[in-house]
Design a protein. Structure first.
Length: 142
């Protein structure tokens, strides 16, 4: 398989979410590094490590037959020459469901390789419910 080259970590991230929505296992694994140190934590799931386990976890998710749509918001990036850490809120809708799902907070970590940027970690957890009593203080510059 000819693996795509992702010139930026943002390109790799866009390919990751596209593969998720299409339930395309080959496209999903093309985003990941070929390294047994990679790991993935799905919401409320255990940590899986290595290429074979990460691939199997995505195969099971895609095999469920659910059509998922992702809207990624509130992206924050910390990027260096070789590593990029992305913290995002995933707003997920499932085709055929009428109830609104709460957002998921995900951390995606990308490593610059000789074949472009590749994912080395994905950790997703349900976001805590917002407390309407807690108000954010306005940001003030001094």
């Amino acid at each position: 398989m000819n693996r795509p080259l992702f010139p930026t970590p943002q390109d790799a991230e866009a390919a990751f979410y596209e593969a998720l929505e299409k339930a395309d296992l080959d496209a999903m694994m093309a985003v990941w590094a070929d390294d047994d140190d990679i790991y993935c934590v799905h919401p409320q799931g255990p940590r899986v490590t290595g290429v074979a386990q990460v691939r199997e976890s995505w195969r099971r998710i895609f095999g469920s037959g659910a059509t998922l749509r992702f809207e990624v918001r509130e992206q924050q990036y910390v990027q260096g020459m070789m590593l990029s850490v992305h913290s995002v809120y995933e707003h997920i809708t499932v085709a055929g469901e009428t109830r609104q799902r709460g957002p998921v907070i995900a951390t995606n970590i990308y490593l610059r390789t000789d074949r472009g940027w590749r994912m080395v970690a994905h950790h997703a957890s349900p976001a805590p419910a917002a407390d309407p009593q807690v108000r954010r203080a306005p940001k003030t510059l001094h």
